[in-house]
Design a protein around this ligand. Structure first.
Ligand code: DGJ
Length: 559
């Protein structure tokens, strides 16, 4: 009994004392890695990017006010916003940082962090944001040529003149960001280019590029890929030579741009990916075609090793995800979540799957998530109080609202490997999340009358998050799910005479990193698991304890 009182008291004290006032740090935002997991560190603390990207032409004085309102309604903490090369360098060497200044000033006023998106040489596999003085002078600034010699609206990645122009501009941008933001860290990450690669040709076939294609593959690069050295591209890469050459050329170029920026101000830098979506065509035509269905040479799935070898200054290859296919999402997450690549989803659609994708990515250790076009979607920003709570599908705002206050806690728990999620799948209405000391059983859909299996939800929207705070203490929430805890089979095997029960369940929230209890849940709120409905779910902190199933000593005493 005494033990129980002590642990309950410990829980209450922990509630009052943990954690920690915001740490002040002069550290530049950076990535941290622990046992193969990652966190973005901002002001000395792990930071979960609850992001949203504004529309391509929204980083202007006339359109930004709507963007901030949308971001606020979504409970975001970070806005991804473009910096346009054409606007920033209207004449060679003449820089205009007024849009950048506006972004940073207004982000601070609205209490957001920023991820700046460098719309430079590449935007969706084309060159549409390069300045007019470059666009109109293809003799000086070479375009990519297709196999028939047509000049494309893609800059050649094989031209050092193009590279130098982009490097100079990008370094100037980072220099300016350092000047205005080194003390405040409003800008926490930079995306280098946008969905790079070439649309219109598998590679540059211009005479200058062809010369490089026929030359020897750089030895260090070949060695990094464990390939024989000394051969040209065709000999070394065989049938993949064209795209491998494009990937090396694009990665090397962008790696150099990133390195030039980091030399001035070393923020974390990533490249977003237009990955190769599967095509459903005739059996012998089932491969998407590089340069047609996706930009050739970008960091798509098959090019990841080439990019890692050729662009070491890029910290993250981050897939943009535009599909309602959950199994495709899982496979893309599995591809980009690597020991050398933090998981970050910098763009996704606002579709009905937003919540489950976000939860799934979080459970795989994502440092952040960000739907695209936040200043457009009415559905996403619809205030929760304007629609009836019952049966209202959760909006992106509900998801972010849940994590906004404990964002730092969530990112820390994820870095430490203590956070897991369960996401409903077709025909799988119950899932178990295993921790060493307890199993959390997530049952999706309501009602869940006694003696029946959980019904699941019509569109598989059930999802749960469970994070371990102490040996038998967990933070729990979710949507369309009930969560209960049991002893793991392995524990029972070792100590069969054991049972587990809830000692205390608190509903509450984090305020400035400190847990505040709103009420203690018991009775109907805990008897059949912790229940989280389809919108506005609470955060629950639950303390479990174990006791013998049958205590022989007690039994003997009473005889
Ligand atoms: C992906 C791009 O990265 C964005 O800039 C935008 O063009 C979207 N596609 C459009 O939906």
């Amino acid at each position: 009994m005494k033990k129980l009182v002590v642990s309950a008291l410990g829980f209450v004290l922990a509630s009052l004392l943990t954690p920690i006032a915001p740490a002040q740090s002069s550290d530049i935002p950076h990535l941290d890695k622990k046992d193969g997991r990652f966190a973005l560190i901002v002001d000395g603390k792990p930071f979960l990017v609850l992001g949203g990207q504004i529309n391509n032409s929204s980083a202007w004085p006339a359109t930004l006010p709507a963007a901030w309102s949308a971001a606020e309604a979504l409970h975001m903490n970070t806005v991804e916003a473009p910096v346009y090369w054409e606007q920033m360098e209207p004449a060679k060497g003449k820089f205009d940082f007024s849009n950048v200044d506006l972004l940073v000033t207004q982000a601070r006023e609205h209490k957001f962090h920023l991820v700046l998106l460098w719309f430079g040489t590449w935007k969706n596999g084309q060159n549409h944001y390069v300045p007019e003085w470059i666009k109109s002078d293809p003799k000086t600034y070479p375009r990519e040529e297709n196999a028939y010699g047509k000049l494309l609206d893609v800059m050649s990645p094989n031209s050092t003149v193009n590279l130098d122009a982009d490097k100079t501009a990008f370094a100037a941008l980072l220099g300016h960001v350092k000047t205005i933001d080194a003390a405040q860290h409003t800008v926490i990450m930079v995306q280098v280019e946008n969905e790079s690669g070439s649309v219109g040709s598998i590679r540059d076939f211009s005479p200058a590029a062809q010369k490089q294609f026929d030359a020897t593959v750089p030895a260090e690069f070949a060695r990094a890929l464990h390939l024989p050295t000394g051969g040209n591209w065709s000999k070394t890469f065989g049938p993949d030579a064209d795209e491998s050459f494009a990937a090396y050329s694009t990665a090397h170029y962008i790696g150099e741009v990133a390195a030039a920026g980091k030399a001035v101000y070393p923020l974390p830098m990533y490249c977003n990916v237009w990955f190769a979506y599967p095509v459903h065509a005739l059996e012998n035509r089932d491969h998407p075609s590089a340069g047609q269905e996706y930009p050739s040479g970008g960091p798509q799935q098959a090019n990841i090793p080439i990019w890692k070898a050729a662009a070491p200054a890029i910290d993250i290859l981050a897939p943009d995800f535009y599909s309602d296919d959950f199994s495709l999402f899982r496979s893309i997450v599995a591809t980009y979540e690597r020991a050398d690549n933090p998981l970050f989803i910098p763009e996704s659609q606002f579709g009905p799957n937003f919540g489950r994708y976000f939860f799934y990515a979080l459970g795989k250790g994502a440092i952040g998530f960000s739907p695209f076009g936040i200043d457009r979607s009415a559905q996403a920003t619809q205030p929760a109080d304007q629609v009836p709570l019952v049966d209202r599908p959760a909006t992106p705002a509900d998801n972010y609202a849940l994590f906004n206050a404990p964002g730092g806690e969530i990112a820390r728990l994820n870095l430490e490997g203590k956070l897991q999620t369960a996401v409903e799948d077709k025909g799988v209405a119950r899932q178990t999340i295993h921790f060493a000391t307890a199993d959390a059983v997530a049952s999706f859909g309501f009602p869940q009358p006694d003696g029946t299996s959980p019904p699941g939800t019509p569109t598989q929207q059930g999802r749960a998050v469970v994070a371990q705070l102490g040996p038998l203490e967990f933070l729990v929430s979710g949507f369309d799910v009930s969560v209960s805890f049991t002893l793991p089979a392995a524990v029972l095997k070792q100590t069969p005479n054991l049972q587990m029960e809830i000692l205390r369940a608190e509903e509450g929230k984090y305020v400035d990193g400190v847990w505040r209890t709103t009420r203690i849940l018991n009775g109907d709120q805990t008897d059949r698991g912790l229940n989280f409905r389809s919108s506005n779910p609470p955060l629950v902190r639950i303390l479990l304890h174990t006791l013998p199933l049958y205590d022989e000593a007690l039994h003997r005493k009473s005889e």
